[in-house]
Each structure stands twice: as C-alpha cells, then as structure tokens.
Design a binder for this molecule. Sequence first.
Ligand code: AMP
Length: 490
Amino acid sequence: MPLPSGVSLPVLPRPTDITVDSLDDRPKEECGVVAIVGIEKAAELAFLALYALQHRGQEAAGIVAVDDGATRVHKGVGLVSDVFSAATLSGLKGPTAVGHVRYSTAGGAGIENVQPLTARYARGEMALAHNGNLTNQLDLRNRLVEEGAIFRTTSDSEILVHLIAKSRHESVDAQIDDALGHLEGAFSLVVSVGDTVYAVRDPRGFRPLVLGQMGAGHIVASETCALDILGAEYVRDIEPGEVLKIHGGTVERLRSLQPAERPSPCIFELVYFARPDSRIWGMSVDRARRAFGRAMAQEHPVEADCVISVPDSANSSALGYAEESGIPFELGLLRNHYVGRTFIQPTQKDRDFGARMKYNPVREVLDGQRVVVVDDSLVRGTTSKSLVRMLRAAGAKEVHLRIGSPPVRNPCFYGIDMPTRSELIGASMDIPEIAEVLGVDSLGYLSLEGMQGAVAEGGPYCNACFSGDYPAELVDVKRGLASPEGPAKC
Ligand code: AMP
C-alpha cells in the first residue's frame, strides 16, 4: 500500500551496514556508552567519545545516528578505529547519535550482540546502549519468552527493548519508566526513541554516567574523558535512579526510579576500570589511585631501592606508594600499547610469552635492585607470575609485590568481566600461599578498610568482588537459574 504523502519510512539497518569478524557467543558486560543530542554530525562526535572510552571495551563498537526520523547504524567487531572509517561516519547523518563499546578478555561475541541494539516498534525507531549487568536477566527473559517474545541476541540489554515495546502505557516516557521498574542489577543506559534520548542510571548507581554540554546540545557518556576529547563542558553526574529525557536542547528529569536504601557505586571502577584522567564518584580517578598507593605504603612498608608499576592501570597507585614511602619511582616495566585482538598468535608455547608480548622490563633500572612492584589488582594471578619471573631475569635482587586493592575473592554480577570464583587466585589461596606461587619475596594487599578509607568521600561503595557483600539482589542465582560462580549468561 502506498504511504500517504509526506510520510516516509525510517531507514532500517541493512545487513550490509554490519561488519562481521571472528566471533563466539559469550555475552560480555563491560562497556562504555555515549549519546549525542542536538549537535550536527553527532556520529562523528560519538566516534571521538567512543575512542576516548576504548579502555571500557575493545571487542566491538557501534553507532546509531538519527536524522529526521531516519535511523542508520554501523557496528562491527574490533577497535573503534577499525570499525569506523571516514566513509562510514559520513553515512551516519543527523544531530542525534547513540554509541557503544564492549569489552572482552578472550574471544568475541556474536555480531547480533554488538550494541547499540536497534528495533522498530509502535512509537518509532529505538536504539539502546547499556553498561552493566542485570541480575534478574534469566528470570525476565524466561517470562518474556513464555509470553511469546522472540529474542535476536543473547544480551541482557535486549530484555529492556522488549519490555519497552510491550508496555501498555501510551507515552514513551511512561513506557520507559514501566520497563525500568522490572530491572534488577546494574544499568547505565542511553536509549533513543526517534530523536529523543533517555539517559538512565540504576538506583544503586553501580556504573558511571555523566552529562555534558556543547553549545545548545548535550552529551551523555560513561566517563568525563569522553567529554574532554570533544571539548565539551561537564555539567554533572547523572544521579543513581535518575531518568533524564533529552530533546531539542532541553534536559528534563523524569520520575526517579524507586530509590535504593543507599547507592553503591563500584569501587573497582576506581581501582582498575575507569581512566585516571576521568572524574567519577565525585573524584579524580588518578587521585583515588594515589590515595590507594599511599595507604598501601603505610600498611605494607618495605626496605627497597625503587618502586615500579605494572603499566598503565597501576601507574597512579605506584606513584602514591613512592610518595608516601620516599622510595624513588622508576620506569622499570614498559608496556606495548599496540597489542590488539587482531594479533596473529605465533606458535609460541613459552608460558611467559603472553606477558612478554605486553610488557618488557628495563634491565638498567632493575639490575641488582630491591624492587617494589605495584599492581592495581590480582585476578587470576597469571600476569603477576610471569612478570615476577621477567623482573628476576632482568636482574632484580628482591621483588616485593604490592596490590592496590584487597584479594578478589568473588565474581562480579554487576558488569565487571571477572573470571568465575574457582579461577580467582584470592578465592582459593591465602596470602602466604599466593606469595609462594607468584615467587615474590613479600606480598601485601591493601586492606578493605584501607581502600575504602582512602576514598571515603565517594562511598559507601559496592565492594562485592572483595567482600562478597552484594548490594543488589542476585535474583537469578537465588531462583536457581544461574550459578553463584559467576554472572548469568543468557
Ligand atoms: P591476572 O591476575 O593475571 O588475572 O591479571 C590481573 C591484571 O589484570 C591486573 O593487573 C589488572 O590490571 C587487570 N585486570 C583487573 N581486572 C580486570 C578485568 N576485569 N578485565 C581485564 N583485566 C583486568
């Protein structure tokens, strides 16, 4: 049937818009999100913002642009700079864009899981980008499937697309509010419906989300470093439980979600995940890590000749340790920044090869020295084990390992990609055993109290990976749908 005059159909994503690479289908939760609202060439700005958020996800990237009701999408597997070209960006026209990067420690994820997710429903074109992990995803998904929903992805984010689309409320505002009410767990989200963008943080505010401004337009991003690259002005953090509606130069605060008893922003964002030049939880990430390093020097002093860091995530805490202890900071380990996922693995069976690809010790700094090595966290312990051997091979006389956080003993159900409990070295061994396995002369972890005390102004925090105290109910685990060993996989 011909359309009435003046009505045009939105441009839907075509299969040719989607780039495919080698994939597996393990869903990942670590991500970065961005939305640009009311600024010409929004997709180009979203690209730059994603480039700055690359550390939050190196496996896949995508941008959806909205131009006068027409939605165009480009997404693919790889780094932001690999996925987009000048040509693909120039095809993503319009003043509204939503973007996403996702993370993987191994393998990839099905192209259908690459975000932003898009759907056409009764109120128009929807695009959704999500950072976080829902703790009732299997429960919700089972119910939706029972009701006839057909899922195209294994991502928990698609649950929200279905919940919005099937809401019986009239207005999009009410539909979004209705859908959000079903979610449990961690979600920092940007959702576009037409050229209106909704920005949401879950009531506990596990993951960061900030609001920025550029002229009359607005930007929402996971971290402030994405605003910096655009030269945009930081306006404020989006509050836990807040739902913002951004359209035509205005930002409206919709009804907040049911407030949590207390917010619980993730302390691991400060320890490892966020960029040190960002500000999250009301503080500089660099300053927070330095405070961890200083606290560690007080808790675990040692006689040594130099302090070195495992670059880059431990640089700030190593500087803090050096400042507090008075032991000079040296560049004893260099990191190769060009190790990407696309690297062709040569037939190297050497056990330390993975670490050597990434790090190289500076013999002139280490030879004959008593060295304090600072790392931000120990997860499996495999990197540290290789690094210690490399430092000794480069002449280090003593190796004292200092970790800027407590032992990671529990999996994260809220969006940090940790291995399952049995793979965590801190879950199966005590500290002397870990020191022996790693082959260090001494090992000191920052205590939970020391870590929280160092950044008390931003807390209280979610510290479940260290303490096992999970602030948002693990619904799927409780109902026997998911294993307590690690987060649910749809
Ligand atoms: P490992 O103990 O060998 O598993 O690796 C620990 C190192 O990985 C630490 O130095 C961190 O910098 C880094 N790391 C910590 N958490 C994560 C994570 N969720 N994903 C990727 N790397 C991480």
